[in-house]
Design a protein around this ligand. Structure first.
Ligand code: ATP
Ligand code: MG
Length: 512
């Protein structure tokens, strides 16, 4: 029998209009990997935030290592050995990795006994030791601005290790990683357990939980509905428990009928800010009623293609035509009006105004038109509200106060649903989906796939950019594989197997 390291006793946390955690009791064992799953908005992040001291329970209490938590603050949590990797990293771009790690420390570090920043070379050595022990391959002297997301995440892990945390919380750590990076991270998590750490892993990826976790707890609308041994629980069982109904995840894709060409991309070249060519001579067309998917490993130019079509990035050369109109040099807003809806990859930066209410965000692209504004320019709040409530129902957007909720307070997955709802409802001839289901629970993924297929049935041209091969195989009519900025192949989805796509994604060409 292992020791209990965390004991959550009858914890309830309410926000105006919602009980985010409802009488939760749960023990976490020392040295286990405990997975927490549940639908978008089920209360996972709120529960983790209490362990990390960001929120205080309204009722009940939390015991860590046999001590009742009296003061809820991140500082106190750190003292008790709790560390957390948040989904949105908090790193200073022009500092080195070592500086970032030391920066978060309390002024006088117990056990180390020196002031941070004074003795940076000693810290660098400590960090190097950790990096070696866990095979993180991180150079503490690199600047954050020069490293990719996977490395940034490792920096967050090193931060916890440096602070001598032994309870490590990961809130959806794999949502932003490529499949290779995910395998690597899961290896690190196992290694951490071998070294006696206790891990809590929040994730929507059931295969991943199956692979790495010892036990899993399932939250549903704020309540802990079950705790299971992972070894004897199937992913299907987990999915059903968390959604509260049978989840299929194989969509019934109707035979498509293609109409006229909606989007034409011809000899497109796009450069990044360092003048490096990210997109090389890419050409493709999408017809009405067609789902065209671009598959590829992240960072091979797919984001730049989307941004060149929407106008967020300038093209170096080439032409983009929408309904036969050359839009290559039009400003973004005019392209929206010409008929492009866009679900971006980086939802927090491009997608939403987080401090505004849900209703305002849902009409963000139409508020200057009737019925939301009168011809004289007066806003009509009732129309905002009415419209928002309809979208909230249709797209199952969960929050504490419906249309009046502040967007920031919505869970990550529900913010994503807001963007999907707003963009689909533009009713434009072209919709661009970039990673549409990232961070969504399995039930919400199923709904989103259905919505994409419905749009196809209405004759929309759809560009789907995804790192998830499953998603591409489930939805696409035509698949292009991008590698190093080039489209290596464009073929009917029925002509390609997942294995072949995988090979193209690694840069293997047909004649090799
Ligand atoms: N500060 C807040 N104010 C009001 N409501 C909040 C606040 N924080 C969270 N909520 C609400 O509490 C509920 C639980 O949110 P939480 O972020 O824990 O969900 P989650 O399980 O992490 O979902 P996801 O998988 O989408 O990340 C949501 O309905 C959310 O809107
Ligand atoms: Mg969350």
């Amino acid at each position: 029998m292992k020791d209990t390291i965390i004991s959550i006793k009858n914890v309830t946390k309410r926000f105006p209009g919602i009980t985010a955690n409802d009488d939760i009791s749960l023990d976490i064992q020392q040295g286990e990997i405990f997975a927490l799953l549940g639908e978008n908005g089920a209360g996972k992040s709120v529960l983790m935030s209490m362990l990390f001291g960001l929120y205080e329970p309204d009722e009940g209490d939390i015991w860590i290592k046999g001590q009742r938590v009296k003061e809820y603050s991140p500082r106190q949590a750190a003292r008790m050995g709790v560390g957390m990797v948040h989904q949105h990293f908090k790193l200073v771009e022009n500092y080195t990795i070592a500086q970032n790690i030391v920066l978060g420390m309390e002024p006088i570090t117990k056990g180390l006994g020196f002031l941070p920043l004074v003795n940076i070379s000693e810290s660098e050595k400590t960090i190097e030791d950790f990096s070696k022990r866990y095979q993180l391959n991180v150079n503490p002297r690199d600047r954050i601005e020069h490293v990719n997301v996977a490395t940034r995440q490792k920096v967050e892990i090193l931060k916890m290790l440096y602070k001598e945390a032994d309870i490590l919380i990961f809130d959806e750590p794999t949502a932003i990683l490529t499949p290779q990076e995910i395998q690597y991270l899961l290896g690190i998590i196992r290694e951490l357990r071998e070294n006696g750490k206790t891990i809590i892993l929040v994730s929507h990826k059931l295969e991943e939980i199956k692979e790495v976790a010892d036990r899993c707890g399932i939250l549903n609308r704020g309540r802990l509905v079950d705790v299971k041994e992972v070894a004897t629980t199937s992913t299907r069982e987990m999915a059903n428990l968390m959604v509260g109904r049978e989840v299929m995840l194989d969509v019934n894709k109707p035979t498509p009928t293609f109409g006229k060409v909606i989007l034409e991309v011809e000899n497109l070249h796009v450069k990044n800010q360092d003048q490096i060519t990210m997109v090389k001579d890419v050409s493709f067309t999408i017809r009405s009623g067609e789902i065209f998917a671009i598959a590829g490993v992240s960072g091979n130019g797919q984001t730049e293609i989307a941004e060149a079509i929407t106008g967020l990035k300038k093209t170096a050369s080439g032409t983009v035509r929408l309904n036969q109109v050359d839009i290559t040099d039009l400003p973004v807003r005019q392209r929206n009006l010409e008929g492009i809806a866009y679900i971006p990859e980086d939802r927090q930066t491009y997608g939403l105004i987080l401090d505004d209410p849900v209703a305002d965000n849902l009409v963000l692209k139409q508020y200057f038109q009737e019925p939301f504004s009168s011809p004289g320019g007066r806003l009509n709040p009732e129309a905002f509200h009415h419209y928002a409530e309809r979208l909230i129902t249709t797209y199952d957007i969960r929050s504490n106060k419906g249309a009046n909720s502040i967007t920031r307070s919505l869970s990550g997955g529900n913010q994503q649903k807001m963007i999907i709802a707003r963009e689909i409802e533009q009713d434009t001839p072209l919709i661009i989906f970039v990673q549409p289901t990232r961070g969504l629970d399995v039930g919400a993924i199923e709904n989103t796939w259905q919505q994409i297929l419905q749009e196809q049935q209405k004759g929309k041209a759809i560009l789907l950019i995804s790192l998830e091969l499953d998603e591409i195989m489930a939805l696409a009519d035509t698949i292009g594989v991008i590698y190093n900025g080039e489209l290596l192949t464009v073929e009917a989805a029925s002509q390609l197997t997942a294995m072949e796509i995988g090979a193209y994604m690694m840069g293997v060409k047909e004649d090799e």
